[in-house]
Design a protein around this ligand. Sequence first.
Ligand code: ANZ
Ligand code: ZN
Length: 922
Amino acid sequence: MSPEAVQTDSAATDPRAYDPQAVEASAQRFWNDTQAFEVTETSAKPKYYCLSMLPYPSGALHMGHVRNYTIGDVISRYKRMTGFNVLQPMGWDAFGLPAENAAIKNNTAPAKWTYANIAHMKAQLQQMGYAIDWSREFATCTPDYYVHEQRMFVRLMKQGLAYRKNSVVNWDPVDQTVLANEQVIDGRGWRTGALVEKREIPQWFLKITDYAQQLLDGLDTLPGWPDAVKTMQRNWIGRSEGLEIRFDVVDGHGNAVEPLTVFTTRPDTLMGVTFVSIAAEHPLAQHAAKSDADLAAFIAELRQGGVSEAELETQVKRGRDTGLRAIHPISGEQVPVYVANFVLMNYGTGAVMAVPGHDERDWEFARAYQLPIRMVIVPADVRDALTEITRDVAGHNDPMRSALGEGGAIDAYDTGAAVQVVQEFEGRIAEEGAYTERGYLVNSGELDGLEYQQAFDALAARFEQQGRGQRRVNYRLRDWGVSRQRYWGCPIPVILCAKCGDVPVPEEQLPVILPEDVAFTGVASPIKADPEWRKTTCPQCGGAAERETDTFDTFMESSWYYARYTSPGAAQQVDERAKYWTPVDQYIGGIEHAILHLLYFRFYHKLMRDQGLVNSDEPAINLLTQGMVIAETFYRDNADGSKDWINPADVEIEKDARGHIVGARLKADGKPVQIGGTEKMSKSKNNGVDPQLMVGKFGADTVRLFSMFAAPPEQSLEWNEAGVEGMARFLRRFWREVLTHVSQPDHPEVDAAQLNAAQKTLRRQLHETIQKVGDDYGRRHSFNTAIAALMELLNHVSKFDDMSDMGRAVRHEALQAMVLLLNPVTPHVCHALWQALGHKETLLEDVPFPAVDPAALTRDSITLAVQVNGKLRGTIDVPVNVAKEEAERLALAEPSVAQFVAGQAVKKVIVVPGKIVNIVVG
Ligand code: ANZ
Ligand code: ZN
């Protein structure tokens, strides 16, 4: 539909026509003039903090933003109408890499580009009519904001919760710069194409690992968070309970060297250890490499390679024998020590007792290097078979022994089917892969027959007593690396002094300001390139020193922004107002933030709590993760095999009767284009629909209504313009219905005692809708079904043509309630219609969400299904307490039923009260 089409609609020539642009401008002016959404802590109402994830100012609002913020707005407005003091703030996550890329491309300073985008996107947000308290707005790139982050950091440094250590980065040898992971494409620098090297440089970390257990336990206190998010966080934190066990080590000459300690979650497999694997960085590897050039070369090679866990999981298992031998702590057997590429130095102890029979990676490794594979854990049936064999052996008066030694000594005995069971299982482990389930211990001497936990406890007790081991909990979670070698970020407030080391910038010298007016070429950060900026004096010794030129990861700013909104203008990070507003009651954002942002957000809240700034353990009580916005894609193939993606706005589509797209043409040339299927709206597929364009065409209310109606909030929402047009039609009809109604003469109040059946029915439908919509908005967050119910109600109202006094009174009640019910979703049109209905108050403070009248819900009549010989033939409306005989009489009299009964004998009639009448004929 073209823009003109909206205006040529018959409604446009009607003086009562709905003009969204005028309605929206006027409502927004009113909200703005009255500062309608500014809130304070002085309200007597209970507080409700509704927060949507703050946007990155990329340039323009996209549909994902619109969806996210509309959900938040519906909840905010609904809560406000139900008696809460609602805070809904907005700000800008303004630091980050895209500004640097844009700076290079457009030759503008990142700051300038960012501020221009913020101005533009703010205007766009305001056009959407969100009930935002703009007095609390901030951009995270301003010193007013980041000074608090810097102060928190220097405090954490003093507490030992922020520290510096060496860590590996991507290094572009041509540009002499560190690259972010997303700037490394197929192992090469995105600008230079040079092969990226791994370099170890000092970087700053926050000790999130100190909070690992709290972060884990906290998840159990969040019933209002999606299980999927909690599971992802649990896995990311990755708690493992295990044992640390010390193995003595000897060199090739049998001389003792430093012992090594392994971390294992499966001590029950101890008797299956046939070698030990250590990380390339392990001290014993270094030790052995001193006298083994081959090994040294192998270690150097490993340290070059990838470091991500995903890479480690998939790479081929490789290793080298160090020549060292570890002594098994129980059997005393000597097993080889290998350097292996899948052992991480920074997990556990950097050393693993290898059990190829029961661990996949060890199994692969053992097969590759011809190391023995031993079966020490079996399922119940194999254990039973083994027991039988042992009993048999004992019965033959042979010495008691484990039935299976290496090489399968059982062959010698006649033990029937049991032998086969055991041999098959052992063959499986040798040939097909490790048995990794828990089971029963075998071939483990005195531990035979124990289960996992029994063996764990027995070995823990034994080693603890010997001083050879201890119980140990490990977390997969690593400390949070917050250093970035980028320019457009918050400067890390540290002074590096040759004499004093890393000195936190004294609080009174904060903020360390990032210069905004800089030339940016993309090679080096302007503050790294500028010796003047770096130069400073050491606060401790007064000598010449240099500033840290790294900046914070932008997740730092987004970890505490919600708290700052509560305390605009506060001299400290937050003030007492934070205790009033936090925790956030409802948080809304994309599932892509399930792990990192939401973990850092929870961590930072605990840091603030421990500084007395907030008084809760978790930052957000409820979390809603909205689904993606998807749209059809279109393309043409280029001669070189690449694709030219065409924006849906430039395509004319043809649909079949069922609404499926069957053809598509480019509007510009009328020639066909290929249909690529629906995908997440993205730049790369050029299938983004510009919200601005849609608002211009249909108005913000229609766009809001569509984005709430087209899908439940957690699911994907497919953009389709026909659907949007449907929403526009609904609003026009609603508008007309209300204005037609108010043009009619005055009517009395509804008097329930005087209503006829049809009037009662409409009233019942209204109050059922009120009940449903309130529950859908408030409890279920099922906005689409609420809107569907309102659409149905409008149909009932349209069909209700009773012009009597009571008829108009009931219609008035229905339309008035509908204005209130729709207000959270389409606030502009409701603002206007509320006035049209003759009200002086606004829909903000003064008018509560409609209440259900329980009396209106009771039905005078109910509908019964009527079956003839088990087949549904019709329905009848009967009084609620109808007598069986009367129901029977009415059913037989119903014409659609009578035709199936005619000419036959009625043998039996069964009436199930409230449900069904079944007539048996024949
Ligand atoms: C012996 C064993 C036998 C293991 C078996 C597993 C199965 P999670 O659950 O992730 O904590 N491991 C320990 N440190 C490691 C490191 N630095 N790099 C690579 N792997 C390491 O995993 C713990 C298990 O991972 C440990 O238990 C250890 O192998 C291995 F049938 O010990 B296990
Ligand atoms: Zn100094």
